[in-house]
Design a protein. Structure first.
Length: 294
């Protein structure tokens, strides 16, 4: 009988410790996601910076009044602090302008983790199976030409054919790649990562134009699918740009639309291609020059 009570006590104690630790993690996550410092939170709550730090370390559990105040301060529901479902994301490299600060990067990462948690939680409730396959895993990319060939191979493997790509988000999600659109700072373009080591994720800025979002989606897809053998970031970005460009507007399609050599292109032609392929006019002009058509 004593052993039974000891086991019950240990079980309850373990669960309580897990809950305490979970609350601590959630408090820190919510603070970072809100872009607030320890000092700001302490000032808003009327407590010391050390007290907030102890909350985040799990050394002290805030009372219900403090949790309610923090929920309002961080703009989250009170149940956020008690969720035990969590997601780990791999190291991400932001496609960003230099002014996109480290603080904003950390806040964005926390928001991504929260969105992924909701995403995966709903999939679990619905019993959705996971079956991502990287069809380019065995095709190393060392040159721009390799990236262009990878785009052509992907069209073949995914049975896309030579048609223009219309709903890219739907296409990616059909291939078990999770897409998240965030209302983010305009200095953020997009990123690619893996959640829990197996779920491929692409995040894009919801505030950009349709053409820019389409290109960013495919650029980040290149990061996920292509086994790029380079350590130079500028070269990696170049390969992913070539991959995205070839997927959106293949050279063969350009040749079919414009012929092999042109001395001039009129605005109506460019507008037609923009509408048909969902590519910006500057991008079309770049592709025309790159292909040698003009």
């Amino acid at each position: 009988m004593v052993d039974k009570f000891v086991n019950i006590y240990n079980f309850v104690n373990q669960k309580y410790c897990i809950m305490e630790n979970n609350i601590a993690i959630r408090i820190k996550s919510a603070r970072i996601m809100s872009g607030l410092t320890l000092e700001t939170v302490a000032s808003e709550l009327g407590i010391s910076k050390q007290a907030v730090n102890r909350y985040e370390k799990g050394e002290v559990v805030p009372d219900s009044a403090k949790l309610i105040s923090m929920a309002k301060l961080f703009s989250v529901n009170i149940d956020f602090f008690f969720r035990n479902f969590s997601v780990q994301i791999e190291v991400v490299n932001f496609r960003k302008k230099t002014a996109f600060s480290n603080k904003k990067q950390q806040a964005l990462k926390e928001e991504i983790k929260l969105r992924l948690e909701n995403y995966l939680f709903l999939e679990g409730l619905l019993g959705i199976d996971y079956a991502f396959e990287n069809v380019l895993a065995q095709r190393p990319v060392q040159h721009t030409s390799d990236a262009v060939k990878a785009a052509g191979l992907l069209r073949e493997k995914w049975n896309i054919g030579s048609d223009p790509l219309h709903n890219i988000i739907q296409l990616l999600e059909d291939k078990e790649i999770k897409v998240i659109e965030l209302d983010a700072d305009n200095k953020f373009d997009g990123l690619a990562t893996f959640a829990d080591g197996k779920y491929p994720v692409i995040v894009i800025n919801a505030n950009f134009s349709v053409e820019r979002k389409r290109f960013t989606l495919l650029h980040e897809l290149g990061h996920i699918l292509m086994p790029i053998q380079s350590i130079q970031n500028s070269e990696i970005e170049k390969f992913c740009n070539s991959f995205a460009s070839e997927l959106l507007l293949p050279i063969d399609m350009l040749l079919e639309e414009f012929g092999k050599k042109r001395k001039s292109i009129n605005v109506q032609e460019l507008a037609s291609i923009q509408s048909k392929y969902g590519v910006s006019i500057p991008a079309i002009l770049y592709r025309l020059g790159e292909s040698g058509i003009i």
